[in-house]
Design a protein around this ligand. Structure first.
Ligand code: TYD
Ligand code: MG
Length: 454
């Protein structure tokens, strides 16, 4: 037998080299290469080949009478929406999120809902003992639900046990605790995560079981373990939220079977996650009655929309001292520009006022698309007339005072509608979801007139 070659696997990106180096050549991370043993056997893997053995089938056939598996709707509408209308049998899904955000809670609830529809469901916990999961289920009021529980970390054990009667849904909490004996190494290392996921996914595709893997997220927000995990699954969902806030948002980052622009909104309560079909209620109570000087801007965070509150304050100075202009979370040059356009093109005067602008929540905004929302907050602060609480504003302001369109407007407006806003102030020529009343502005003067009620 040939001597097993040494291999070094980058724990950040999964790339493999035969020589140790301080820095990974692929992802440029430092000190991430770890020696790992090569694959020891493929006998077990060979038994689990995808059915079909290379035969081809027609895409749909002329009579389209092919019985296609139906999506499993869990009945948790916010979850089903985020995954694109239900779980696809035979698909593999990865749910990532910070520790304690509520992944186990969410998936236990989903598992219970699916089981209550009469489908066989197995929930495997590699982190908690079966009794702990049971206790949690009792707290969640799911004590009577026919979910089968297992506390296991060996992929071979799990597949041998469930192999006789493959469930409709198999939840693995979490993939970082799983261990495959096809490969040496501790659970949680890149090669273990990859090998375990590979075996589980292969099983799922072969037997038509829907598989949900829970994945931990590292500090920088990516799912721990190899990036390849994200390529191996059909859908990657992120469960986001701040532990000090009630809100949790489930968002698809990748979905082979649905769109990625739908989100599911939940609130973490004493008895688990509650669906929030109309987030506006909670979101707007946070904002309270409309106050002058605030506006809401649908920003983009990477490829995702996020709604931000902009706050402006103007303080009239009695003396002739030079008034301060201060911006937190927004470019002060851009603030000066918006003020100049308001003065030169719309006839407003901020000359004797100190002006403060703040992006709530400590965000740093760099998007020029926020100009219109900034202008709305400023005019509202100056005139002490509030912007309607249900309105968002987006648009870039040109030096001429004209309002220009911004990128990803449909996505931003969809998010605003989803979060319960009912109107949007936008540049001319922009369309949005039917539930949003659009007010189009070609020139900044029209926005000023709108706020001043002229
Ligand atoms: P959990 O689902 O264990 O998080 P994860 O699996 O993502 O690590 O959720 C843990 C948090 O949720 C915990 O801090 C307490 C909170 N929680 C509630 O507020 N209410 C509940 O009913 C449950 C089960 C948890
Ligand atoms: Mg957990």
């Amino acid at each position: 037998m040939a001597k097993a070659k040494k291999r070094y696997v980058c724990q950040a990106c999964g790339s493999v080299t035969t020589r140790w180096q301080g820095q990974c050549v692929d992802c440029a991370e430092w000190n991430t290469l770890v020696e790992e043993a090569a694959q020891v056997s493929t006998v077990f893997a060979a038994k689990h080949d995808l059915q079909g053995g290379g035969r081809t089938v027609e895409l749909l056939g002329l009579d389209a009478n092919v019985a296609l598996p139906e999506r499993i709707a869990s009945g948790l509408a916010e979850f089903d929406r985020a995954v694109g209308g239900g779980i696809v049998p035979g698909s593999a899904m990865l749910v990532g999120g910070d520790p304690g955000v509520g992944k186990s809670t969410l998936l236990l609830q989903v598992a219970a809902k699916v089981a209550e529809r009469g489908l066989p469901v197995i929930y495997v916990s590699g982190e908690e003992a079966a009794d702990q999961v049971r206790l949690r289920a009792l707290r969640l009021g799911l004590g009577r639900s026919p979910v089968r529980l297992a506390a296991a970390t060996s992929v071979r054990d799990i597949l041998t046990t469930v192999g006789d009667a493959p469930p409709a849904l198999l939840v693995i909490d979490s993939i970082q605790t799983m261990h495959s004996d096809l490969i040496e190494g501790a659970p949680g290392t890149v090669s273990q995560v990859r090998a375990s996921a590979h075996e589980l996914i292969r099983f799922a595709k072969e037997r038509g079981t829907a598989l949900i893997l829970v994945g931990h997220v590292t500090k920088d927000g990516s799912i721990a373990g190899p990036r390849v995990l994200e390529h191996m699954v059909d859908a990657v969902l992120g469960f986001e939220g701040d532990r000090s806030h009630q809100y949790r948002i489930l968002r698809a980052n990748k979905n082979r079977f649905g769109g990625t622009d739908e989100i599911g909104v939940f609130a973490m309560e004493g008895a688990g996650l509650a669906e929030v079909p109309n987030p506006s209620a909670l979101f707007l109570t946070d904002r309270g009655e409309p106050v002058s000087g605030t506006s809401v801007f649908p920003a983009m965070e990477g490829t995702r929309p996020v709604l931000l509150e902009l706050q402006a304050l103007t303080v009239r100075l009695a003396s002739g001292a030079t008034p301060r202009r201060s911006a937190v979370g927004w470019d002060s040059g851009r603030l000066a520009m918006v003020l100049a356009v308001l003065e030169a093109r719309c006839g407003l005067s901020f000359a004797s006022c100190e002006v403060y602008l703040n992006v709530a929540g400590g965000y740093r905004l760099q998007d020029p698309g926020a100009d219109l929302a900034v202008a709305a907050a400023l005019v509202s602060a100056l005139s002490e007339r509030p912007v309607p609480a249900g309105a968002v504003a987006l648009g870039e302001i040109a030096l001429s005072g004209e309002i220009r369109p911004v990128a990803h407007a449909p996505l931003r407006l969809k998010e605003a509608a989803k979060l319960g806003f009912d109107s949007a102030w936008v540049p001319a020529g922009i369309d949005g979801p039917a539930t949003l009343k659009l007010e189009r502005f070609a020139h900044l003067r029209q926005l000023v007139d709108r706020i001043l009620g002229r």
